[in-house]
Design a protein around this ligand. Structure first.
Ligand SMILES: NC(=O)C1=CN([C@@H]2O[C@H](COP(=O)(O)OP(=O)(O)OC[C@H]3O[C@@H](n4cnc5c(N)ncnc54)[C@H](OP(=O)(O)O)[C@@H]3O)[C@@H](O)[C@H]2O)C=CC1
Ligand SMILES: O=C(O)C1=N[C@H](C(=O)O)C[C@H](O)C1
Length: 223
């Protein structure tokens, strides 16, 4: 039970039947997926098969295949490794800079540290997206040298994560150094807790709902 709502949990073998019955009862439902990297593609394929629009917050999996599944099925989806709107704005700014000033950080060395709760299975999807922008700007980065912190002791004493957020945080640090070591840049986005993602996911679902159902209404009237 969450608040006044009864929640029932079913195993993986029932997922198609359960989702189909949810869609029958609520035809304009939007699915929000925060599961596990190894579920991304099979879950997305199911949503596409059933034609249910979805917000995919789960990171990892085969991202190319994820986009292909959506495109091939003509389903609607909002997919982002980052649902915190302020971090999304930072990422969008990075994409704009990378597009406008390609090579501006040519030869700069990039170092990246990300720290998440111990249960996080994959490397930060957000860090990967930000790194892709720094690479377009010309910075040099070796993915194998990404510092991934999952150990609570290190998080407390080295990264500075508040104790109450050890089990739910996302700290990211990007450090750039010029080839002659004379210039350095540092960017950080440090999130404690999960509310930023909850808020962003609700907005994402509402945004997707409006897009999808406006399209469907348009089709109804034009066919
Ligand atoms: N885009 C964004 O802004 C954010 C993305 N994430 C991403 O979301 C994902 C989940 O993160 P988080 O919530 O911290 O992980 P958790 O492990 O805390 O929660 C995942 C939940 O999903 C359940 N689950 C796993 N696989 C399936 C499946 N196939 N179908 C239904 N339920 C499933 C798990 O159940 P059980 O425990 O029984 O296995 C668990 O309850 C990660 O990939 C993470 O990177 C997280 C936060 C923000
Ligand atoms: O697992 C998490 O917690 C988070 N995952 C996303 C990612 O991999 O980028 C977003 C944020 O870092 C929180």
């Amino acid at each position: 039970q969450i608040g006044d709502i009864d929640v029932e949990i079913y195993g993986p073998s029932a997922r198609e039947d359960v989702l189909s019955s949810v869609i029958d009862e609520f035809p304009d439902v939007i699915v929000v997926d925060y599961t596990a990297p190894n579920s991304v593609n099979s879950n997305a394929e199911l949503y596409c098969k059933l034609g249910v629009p979805f917000v995919m917050g789960t990171t990892g999996g085969d991202q190319q295949l994820l986009y292909k599944s959506v495109q091939d099925s003509n389903n609607y989806a909002l997919i982002s490794p980052q649902m915190g709107k302020q971090v999304v704005a930072f990422l969008a700014a990075m994409e704009t800079i990378a597009e406008q000033f390609p090579g501006a950080f040519s030869g700069y060395r990039l170092e990246v540290l990300e720290s998440h709760q111990a249960g996080k299975l994959d490397t930060s999807g957000t860090a990967k997206a930000v790194i892709a922008c720094f690479e377009k700007l010309g910075a040099v980065f070796d993915m194998d040298r990404m510092v991934k912190i999952r150990d609570p002791e290190q998080q407390l004493y080295m990264v500075g994560v508040p104790e109450e957020h050890i089990e739910g945080h996302a700290f990211h640090l990007y450090h750039l150094t010029s080839p002659d070591d004379s210039v350095s840049f540092e960017f950080q986005h440090n999130v404690c807790g999960r509310s930023i993602y909850a808020e962003g996911s609700v907005d994402a679902a509402v945004f997707l709902y409006k897009k999808v159902y406006n399209q469907w209404i348009l089709r109804e009237f034009t066919t």
